[in-house]
Write a protein that binds this ligand. Sequence first.
Ligand code: AMP
Length: 194
Amino acid sequence: MSELRSVCVYCGSAVGRTQAHARSARALGAALAARDIRLVYGGGRIGMMGILADAVLAGGGRVTGVIPEHLESAERAHPDLDEMIVVDSMHTRKRRMFELSDGFVILPGGLGTLDEAFEMITWKQLGLHDKPIVLANIEAYWQPLLDLVRAAAAEGYVRAAHTHLFEMADTVDGILAALRAAPAPQVTPAPERL
Ligand code: AMP
């Protein structure tokens, strides 16, 4: 069982057309606040990111934003977080978010979300960490990604075991249950390798 003090959530800087996506961001934010689990996220006030952070704050929860200087205005840095870490680059942002978090949740999002998700998945594949990663498969949004990974495994590009580096959950309760059920991490990440 993992101890969950803080969870990193990656999600879109836009809001998708499917209303269940925004609802799931709100519900996840409320659930994190209710369980006193700190949210670590990209620090913006736009899109799914803003909806999520606002829901944690509305529930009296704690939020850490990690934003690169050059995106402070484009992603409208959230003014109400209890902690905002401004970093110099995208790479530093990803590393700080990783270091601050006990697990990762991928809500629906676009290319940036995919990049962040795959960085955590591939770092895990390389044994750089063993923290839990859960894809929030709201309205089956991530099914094509799972299909692609399975196709890559069938083709011999991905080891069968590596198709289990992440889990899928389609409800907020399922997401939290998957994070909690993960074995306690054994790997101590080496910052110089990230
Ligand atoms: P998107 O899913 O494209 O809306 O982006 C979601 C978040 O990912 C935003 O905060 C982006 O700044 C961030 N992002 C976009 N591209 C990258 C990248 N190459 N590496 C890390 N984060 C990124």
